[in-house]
Design a binder for this molecule. Structure first.
Ligand code: NDP
Length: 523
């Protein structure tokens, strides 16, 4: 099946003209001049800051995508001063241009805070006011919560209580708050966090991040669907047989066992990323491409999800956990042997779920959502499997049935759009073969490329909430997924459903029986 990944017929690739000029590329990066601001990172000594936020900010800096002036106020309990913080964020990394790095790092300041103390957050407010005055950042602030999620409620509450959530009339100067994934543990804690946030911030100030949605190829789904006239007329139950959405990882739990043991694949991937991908695929077109109109349509899709049949879970859900196995010919240990994991853990690292959307467009069309760790390939894709031809006039000359067309939207690492169709082999006999029409997202484009965190940070600075979760969307998704999680966790024998699969294989064998064509998630 892996063989099929390679295009055997490169001659059929679409020729995409590189029409965009360099100036047009630049204008795609930002909408206009950005307002100066301070990015306040809570938890700035952590992994997310050094591994994701700092490189993203540096790339924006190099692409002239940061406001001027722009400051970072890193906060944490660790005692550091500004030079030590600058050293910490650059430690062990080569950013390629030492002079540019020095200029960039000069914007980073450090504020030691104690999250148990309101007085400490008041001193933070004073320090921000002082930085504002000294560097002319205009009072614009973005608070980025990059601490462990258990602190989000405390921080949202503290910031609100000391008045740091306030902003000027009409958002000038602006104050925004960014909440990292995971957005709570269940519906109850999500509602609670939303309530606390709402005490100090308006919804228009809250940016609940989902870095998956900020990937270019995910954003392109809406453009593909709604900026082309030829796909939407066939984008429904009359022409589509089923949809398969896959997010496969080769990595195991790595250093995140503490979090993952509490979350498992359903909370980690399904409540957020998988349902976002489903919504991009299934939502109706909004009248205008505006943040709230797009998010309205997503929420409608979430609310149309058919409640999961908790009494017939096994007909619609396969759960697995990776055992020991081999990745790239190297032995790897089982999930239960990973550091920090309970040796008797029944936390799933793989799930395949069949869901339905109860509305006019999608009635009866199954959506298969699959995600797992320690699978043989890293791959996120959406495969739309169309119905077969209603009548095969070739049935007398062909031994096999005519395969259905499949449209694959590759999200990562392959950033492609691929359509399979049938064609005749040259020769006197009628022999069909399946060929591919393929578009490579970055081919013939030479402008700057934004990774997901760069895009998310830029959108926060621009105040564009399009790609961020809104409160009603978060709660709708938790409402959908919680009965599934509860049915799995609270049954008499919660481990019964879990099937162990060897690391480096495509999940537990039962998955094959759920999805009509496993090729659609394995390739
Ligand atoms: P870390 O575990 O590295 O924690 C970040 C910082 O928070 C630490 O450096 C520490 O700073 C502070 N901290 C840690 N534990 C506590 C505690 N018990 N009480 C108070 N402060 C504490 O987290 P990450 O940087 O990995 O992630 C931050 C957030 O981003 C998390 O919510 C995570 O789920 C999310 N996320 C992370 C990703 C990643 O790739 N790392 C990817 C997607 C989301 P100090 O001791 O200086 O206060």
């Amino acid at each position: 099946m892996k063989e099929d990944l390679k295009n055997p017929h490169p001659g059929l690739e679409t020729v995409v003209q590189g029409l965009a000029q360099a100036s047009e590329h630049a204008s795609c990066l930002v909408k206009g001049p950005l307002d100066p601001c301070i990015l306040v990172i809570m938890g700035a000594s952590g992994d997310l800051t050094t591994r994701k936020l700092v490189p993203a900010l540096f790339n924006l800096f190099m692409n002239k995508g940061l406001p001027k002036p722009f400051l970072v106020a890193g906060c944490g309990r660790t005692p550091l001063d500004d030079p030590a913080f600058r050293e910490h964020i650059g430690a062990g990394r080569d950013f390629g241009d030492p002079r540019a790095w020095t200029e960039f790092a000069a914007a980073f300041h450090y504020v030691q805070v104690d999250y148990d103390s309101e007085a400490s957050i008041r001193s933070l407010a004073d320090r921000l006011a002082e930085l504002d005055a000294r560097h002319h950042t205009g009072g614009n602030r973005i608070f980025y919560l990059a601490t462990p999620p258990s602190l989000y409620q405390t921080l949202a509450d503290l910031l609100g209580r000391v008045g740091l959530g306030a902003q000027g009339r009409g958002g000038r100067p602006f104050t925004r708050i960014v909440i990292e994934k995971p957005f709570s543990h269940d519906l109850e804690t999500a509602v609670q966090l939303n309530r606390i946030l709402a005490r100090g911030f308006e919804e228009s100030q809250i940016f609940r991040i989902d870095h998956y949605v900020a990937k270019e190829t995910v954003q392109n789904i809406l453009v593909f669907r709604f900026a082309n006239a030829i796909f939407e007329p066939i984008w429904d139950r009359r022409f589509i047989d089923y949809v398969s959405i896959t997010a496969a990882e080769t990595l195991g739990v790595e250093h995140r066992a503490g979090y993952y043991e509490q979350a498992g694949v359903l909370r980690d991937m399904f409540q957020n990323h998988m349902l976002q991908l489903l919504a991009m695929c299934a939502m109706e077109p909004p009248a205008r491409f505006e943040p709230d109109r797009v998010r309205d349509e997503k929420v409608k899709a979430f609310r149309s999800l058919r409640p999961f049949p908790a009494d017939r879970l096994d007909d619609h859900l396969v759960l697995g956990q990776y055992g020991s196995g081999k990745m790239n010919d190297r032995p790897v240990q089982a999930y239960r042997e990973e550091p920090g994991v309970d040796p008797g853990s029944i936390v799933p690292t793989f799930a395949m779920m069949r869901v339905f959307i109860d509305n006019w467009r999608w009635q009866g069309v199954p959506f298969y959502l699959t995600s797992g760790k320690r699978l043989p390939g890293k791959l996120t894709q959406i495969a739309i499997r169309f119905k077969r031809v209603p009548h095969s006039m070739f049935r007398h000359v062909l031994t096999e049935t005519v395969p259905a067309n499949v449209l694959t939207l590759g999200i990562q690492p392959e950033e492609t759009i691929r359509l399979t169709f049938q064609t005749k082999n040259p020769g006197a006999e009628v022999c069909l073969r399946t060929v591919r029409l393929e578009f490579d997202y970055l081919k013939d484009y030479d402008g700057p490329v934004l990774d997901a965190y760069e895009k998310a940070l830029l959108d926060c600075m621009q105040g564009d909430q399009m790609l961020f979760w809104r409160q009603d969307g978060v709660e709708a998704c938790w409402s959908f997924i919680m009965p599934v999680i509860e049915a799995c966790e609270q049954c008499q024998d919660p481990g019964r459903r879990l099937r162990v699969y060897p690391a480096g294989t495509w999940g537990p064998p039962g998955a094959e029986t759920l999805l009509p064509d496993t090729a659609l998630w394995r390739t």
